[in-house]
Design a protein around this ligand. Sequence first.
Ligand SMILES: Cc1cc2nc3c(=O)[nH]c(=O)nc-3n(C[C@H](O)[C@H](O)[C@H](O)COP(=O)(O)OP(=O)(O)OC[C@H]3O[C@@H](n4cnc5c(N)ncnc54)[C@H](O)[C@@H]3O)c2cc1C
Ligand code: FES
Length: 261
Amino acid sequence: MRILGVETEGPTVKTFTFKDRGCARAKPGQFLMLWIPGVDEIPLSILDAKEDGAVSVAVKKVGEATQALHNKKTGEIIGIRGPFGNSFTLKEGKILMVGGGTGTAPLLFLAKKSASKATKLVFVIGAKTKEELLFIDKLEETCSKNNLIATTEDGSYGIKGLATTPLESLLTKEKFDMIYTCGPEQMMRKVSDLAEKHEIALEASLERLMRCAIGLCGSCVVGKYRVCRDGPVFTASQLKEAKSEFGVSKRDFSGKRIPLG
Ligand SMILES: Cc1cc2nc3c(=O)[nH]c(=O)nc-3n(C[C@H](O)[C@H](O)[C@H](O)COP(=O)(O)OP(=O)(O)OC[C@H]3O[C@@H](n4cnc5c(N)ncnc54)[C@H](O)[C@@H]3O)c2cc1C
Ligand code: FES
């Protein structure tokens, strides 16, 4: 596929748009495998998928493949496989979304699809600094300004602290029907513990090392699940089954269990 557009979202994140008929039918939560010729193929959540075939992903520069992708310009060629995995379940009622870092990408896609169904949609977004808060304008458009709660670790925007900081008081004040979360796994583990305490249904989207993306290689296992085929979206009860690994450890490329960084 030819890259149709590149947008800078912050100091380390760029959005890439291309056309792909298969991925254009993706549902929020699904991911694709993006091949950077001569470098690597990496899993990325789908940020947006439009009827005209345009598909976007938001990519954080963290290593060799993501750096090589950040160097690419409009018109250059990449490879796309997908969409893969399951998706978030669209629910009606009062919805709470908690996103951290590039985990905001699939939740923004979900928020756009949920906005007409939800009676209320509150979005809590967290980042280290103001510059790293992603898609604030688009989220304000989708959820209304009053329902967007931003947190930054250095206090440069919104509430000082982690995305989980405002949750305890929010959940004590208001009853939600569903929580969706995506971001750093320790954050999702805290969100999941709070959802259990307040008896609210939850779905979380997990990341693991992925190679095949079709359930064959086993790189992405969490408990008895393969994140690429059984996930990446898991329910609270599935996460409970994988409690010894969820928010605790992942597997490296050799299959060894290592603590989550
Ligand atoms: C389902 C899913 C959705 C994702 N969505 C996004 C997204 O929307 N935006 C985004 O910026 N990132 C996303 N990621 C993470 C992204 O795949 C990694 O950041 C990327 O693969 C790093 O490659 P690298 O060569 O630049 O870094 P490397 O130097 O190779 O690795 C840096 C770190 O990235 C992770 N990583 C490396 N290779 C893989 C791999 N094949 N699969 C998974 N993780 C890997 C490891 O934790 C590693 O420590 C997602 C991962 C998964 C599994
Ligand atoms: S990435 Fe190969 S089984 Fe999931």
